[in-house]
Design a protein around this ligand. Sequence first.
Ligand code: GTP
Ligand code: MG
Length: 149
Amino acid sequence: MDRTFVMVKPDGVQRGLVGEIVSRFEAKGLKLVGAKLELLPEERVVEQYREHLEKPFFPGLKAYIMSGPCFLMAWEGKGVAAVVRRMVGATNPAEAEPGSIRGDFALDIGRNVIHASDSPESAARELGIHFAPGELVDYSRIDEPVLYE
Ligand code: GTP
Ligand code: MG
């Protein structure tokens, strides 16, 4: 089954939004297959955001992500990377749809609460950066037989 990487950023952790965010993905029918609270080392922040290394906002982005613990998750489900990106909403919370996480809980592009991998390829790469294979677990949700046709 498809998996993706999702991370509540330090502002989301400090604002007590972890439970609300986990609840939304659980209610959607996605399965949590890995999770940990962690202060990220610089190498993993650089690796995760390597496409943005040369952008003017990168130093601020790196400082923001390292300013406190992040809540890292692996979620599983059909088409999960695209599903989660829609639930997360646009990068700039001012443009994110109400009902999305950024649309409901954030205002500033530099404090947008959550990260989610932007494709299945990014998901595989980012899960590899942040989780050892043994940290991701296999189990069944009790409602799987009625969640999928
Ligand atoms: P992530 O899920 O965090 O990767 O966000 P995204 O995929 O919606 O956006 P993108 O990968 O383009 O940018 C990564 C992160 O950099 C964003 O979530 C923002 O936190 C930050 N960022 C992107 N563009 C800007 C910008 O113009 N200004 C500032 N301050 N931060 C930005
Ligand atoms: Mg991105």
